[in-house]
Design a protein around this ligand. Structure first.
Ligand code: TRP
Ligand code: SF4
Length: 332
């Protein structure tokens, strides 16, 4: 890429806490979007291993392995280290320096009234998360983003409060020290929310997910357990695709073959067993290339290390330049 083209390309930053093996919800919710963006933007995608500590500090020994698993799925799903910069947050210390500097100008009330903070305190009741790092979660995220002077951040709706804090912090910095940090925009994907096999939102914590790395037999078995139309008890009962989880999957993952089954379901021409077989076959076929890639990468630990080392080098370069500008603006 010429310097000129590089200048014109917008910068995208996004991260994910290392959650181990990813599932289909992660895939359509974020990964697919990240993959498309990497072709048109300068993308920085990182494993937010420090963020994992904010609530999981007691399980710190699991972070390395979860990070490796997630990276395998990233690469398997088509994130390309030649295009996007892939790295671990904890290997780019500039995030920590910027976090510290921004902490000086961030009112505590911004963090205390952040809806995700209040919600997590409620949800994780009983878990000791009265730690300072947890309160600072959104500010660390702001540092992640501002360290690359990002133009846009692809995230789910749940992250909007953190983007708000990021922009407020950039604005406050610019107000105090002169225009240095651009205010990034959120890039909300149009991704459909994916239900899990029990029809609640697909999530690791509900144990209702289909992992990208699930072998064919596991996929078949999970699809067999999927909730269908509860009123369709007997084979001859007409079905209602609009309330059926299997049908949601057909629409999203099998538009050519599965979506047209709508009428056959309503007229009870097709039974759920067959409908599920069609879906399972499609999912297995769709995930095969991804799993093949993952499998071959598993045999190449040196290559994985290399990807991260290279990404970290590129990330550091950019973050270093930002920190120089930040220190300069502050007169340090
Ligand atoms: N908080 C994000 C999540 O839970 C992860 C994250 C950390 C992030 N830093 C970020 C996302 C910076 C976008 C940009 O999904
Ligand atoms: Fe759902 Fe398919 Fe059964 Fe209809 S036939 S209820 S779409 S699983």
């Amino acid at each position: 890429m010429t310097e000129d083209a590089r200048e014109r390309k917008k910068t995208i930053v996004s991260g994910a806490r290392p959650s181990g093996r990813l599932h289909l919800g992660n895939y359509i919710g974020a990964l697919q979007n990240w993959k498309q963006l990497q072709e048109h933007y300068r993308c920085y995608y990182f494993i937010a291993d420090w963020h994992a500590l904010t609530t999981g500090y007691a399980d710190s020994h699991e972070i390395k392995e979860s990070s490796r698993e997630m990276l395998l799925d990233w690469l398997g799903a088509g994130l390309d280290p030649e295009q996007a910069v892939l790295f671990r947050q904890s290997e780019v210390k500039e995030h920590a320096e910027l976090f510290l500097l921004l902490a000086m100008i961030t009112p505590i009330s911004w963090l205390e009234r952040c809806p995700t903070f209040k919600e997590q305190l409620r949800e994780l009741e009983g878990k000791e998360i009265n730690n300072y790092g947890f309160l600072g979660y959104p500010l660390l995220q702001a540092a992640d983003i501002l360290a690359y002077r990002a133009d846009a951040v692809p995230v789910g709706e749940d992250q909007l409060p953190h983007l708000e804090i990021t922009r407020d912090t950039a604005r406050r910095f610019n107000y105090l020290y002169g225009k240095t940090l651009p205010e990034p925009e959120a890039l909300l994907g149009k991704y459909p929310l994916l239900p899990g096999i029990d029809s609640r939102k697909m999530s690791k914590s509900y144990d209702n997910y289909i992992a990208l790395a699930d072998p064919p037999e596991t996929i078949r078995e999970k699809v067999r357990r999927m909730i269908t139309d509860p009123r369709r008890v007997r084979r001859n009962d007409p079905g209602r695709p609009e309330v059926c989880t299997v049908y949601r999957f057909q629409e999203i993952f099998n538009p050519a073959e599965g979506a047209p089954l709508e009428d056959s379901c309503r007229t009870a021409e097709i039974g759920c067993v067959q409908c599920k077989e069609i879906l399972a076959r499609r999912l297995i076929e769709m995930l095969a290339p991804l799993q093949e890639k993952r499998h071959s990468l598993e045999q190449q630990p040196a290559y994985l290390e290399e990807v991260l080392r290279e990404g970290e080098k590129r990330a550091r370069e950019e973050a270093r330049a930002t920190l120089e500008a930040v220190r300069g603006a502050m007169g340090l």
